[in-house]
Design a protein around this ligand. Sequence first.
Ligand code: FAD
Length: 306
Amino acid sequence: MKILVLGETSRDIGESLSAISSIEGDRVVALFSTSHDEASRASALGYKVYHLNTRNTEAAYKLLVKVYEAESPGLIVSVSTKNPRDVLSRLAGLLDLPLATNVRKISVGDGKIVYERAVLSERSISLEEADPPAILLVMPRLFKPIAGEGQGSIEELEPSEEPAARILEVKRKELGGARIEEADVVVGVGRGFRRREDLRLAFELAELLGGAVGGSRPIAADLKWLPEDAWIGISGKRISPKLYIAVGISGAPQHMAGVSGSKIIVAINKDKSAPIFRYADYGIVADLYEILPILIRKLKERKGLG
Ligand SMILES: Cc1cc2nc3c(=O)[nH]c(=O)nc-3n(C[C@H](O)[C@H](O)[C@H](O)COP(=O)(O)OP(=O)(O)OC[C@H]3O[C@@H](n4cnc5c(N)ncnc54)[C@H](O)[C@@H]3O)c2cc1C
């Protein structure tokens, strides 16, 4: 079965190739990027690369339709990141193809594409099959990218018409503080905090532990007390620190899906029946306004700062 792999970077393409490593058949790559260096890196993976030379998802989709018609793949795979998801859902809509997200295992048997996908906030696995051609979006950072195996060719594809929506400018976002994806210790803040100013307690605790502060969706997305980069959960960031301290967070499945990779979870919540305690390795049933100042004082004493 011929497989078309779509990605915005050679790393993402390497991850998708790794996800399909047990499936036999030709591979062809579509790189959706304006970087020629990235196209060279993608071709070093050893396959033919169609370079969709645009950042616009609508333009990329139109070019991808041409690749699809030229190659007739039985399977299209991409890491599930925002822009490829946009491009591939347009393709699925146009061609009426099945599309599955959150895929974590793929095989082919009896002419069917068989795959496992995480469902119910990643608490269950659904085993499914589809007739080819089908589109599968694999979970990001689950597969180790394959290393380059040679030199493939590159076919440049330029957008032929002006897309209906145009990108005017791309600005770098200001990131506040340490990145929660990289921190060993993350203090998570939830609606247990009554005022924005009170988050200083979490920042002080995080600083003493050499960590970063993240938040539940209400805090980061609704109240905007933290930048969006600090939003933890199924629709925010997935983190895997050595220590996650959840303060005033109830433990909704959508939040917990983002912290399931944490080595140790400590929960601080004044409600002893809060669901977070089911996930926590250590639980403190207490008012955060009483316990955080104590923790901060003790840590300062230990560091000789008290
Ligand atoms: C499609 C969808 C996607 C979603 N995606 C996400 C996501 O990515 N991330 C996310 O976080 N949520 C997400 N949510 C929202 C999620 O369902 C919860 O509503 C949210 O996580 C709750 O945030 P919270 O724990 O901060 O607030 P709450 O649920 O209101 O919990 C606050 C907790 O603080 C405790 N508390 C109150 N005062 C104190 C105090 N003084 N001291 C100690 N404890 C105190 C309370 O007992 C309570 O348990 C999503 C929801 C939907 C429908």
